[in-house]
Design a protein around this ligand. Sequence first.
Ligand SMILES: CC(C)(COP(=O)(O)OP(=O)(O)OC[C@H]1O[C@@H](n2cnc3c(N)ncnc32)[C@H](O)[C@@H]1OP(=O)(O)O)[C@@H](O)C(=O)NCCC(=O)NCCS
Length: 176
Amino acid sequence: MPGTVFLEGDNINLRTIEDDDIEFLRDGVNHPEVRVYMGNRRPQNLENEEDFFEEQVCGEDSVHLMISRDEEKLGIITLMPQGDDAEKLAEIGIWIHPKYHGNGYGTEASRLITEYAFNQLNYHKVYARAYEGNKASQSVWEKLGFNKEGVFKDHTFTQGKYKDVVYYGVLEGEWQ
Ligand SMILES: CC(C)(COP(=O)(O)OP(=O)(O)OC[C@H]1O[C@@H](n2cnc3c(N)ncnc32)[C@H](O)[C@@H]1OP(=O)(O)O)[C@@H](O)C(=O)NCCC(=O)NCCS
């Protein structure tokens, strides 16, 4: 049974994540075109995903939503508070299953969750990190008007190399 729609977009919706979604989560996070950009180095089986569901999705502070088109699952998006409450700072994480890449879904989902972060959760700043060479991710943040704030040199290791990590951020007063 699909989760209920929480945030509604023009082409996609963001739905609650339910027990039935765990197999889809496992398949997505293990996909080579997803995990190389997410820092997932080890295989994640159903039990790992059940733990993720219990500990993170059902946790109190963070927001995890299924990106869906009608009842089809496309990927997930998360909003994780960083620091303590005074900082009002949150990080977005997102992946879309590669068979649905390039249709604008990642950009629309990121727009919806950023609006939600500012308008409903009253965050002051939202940011995202993109690995060097992850053009699709960088394009999402740039199209949405996030500022490229800085580059952390050799900040991750993936595909046999150290890679830079680019930080993109937007303040509530800058978000249109
Ligand atoms: C980043 C990601 C969520 C974007 O999702 P998406 O639905 O494909 O995004 P959109 O369709 O809105 O497109 C975003 C941009 O990426 C480009 N793009 C999509 N797939 C691409 C690919 N395989 N290679 C290069 N660019 C690609 C699109 O052309 C678009 O850029 P443009 O508008 O300048 O042409 C998706 O690529 C993904 O899940 N990647 C793997 C995990 C990941 O990188 N997560 C983000 C970590 S911050």
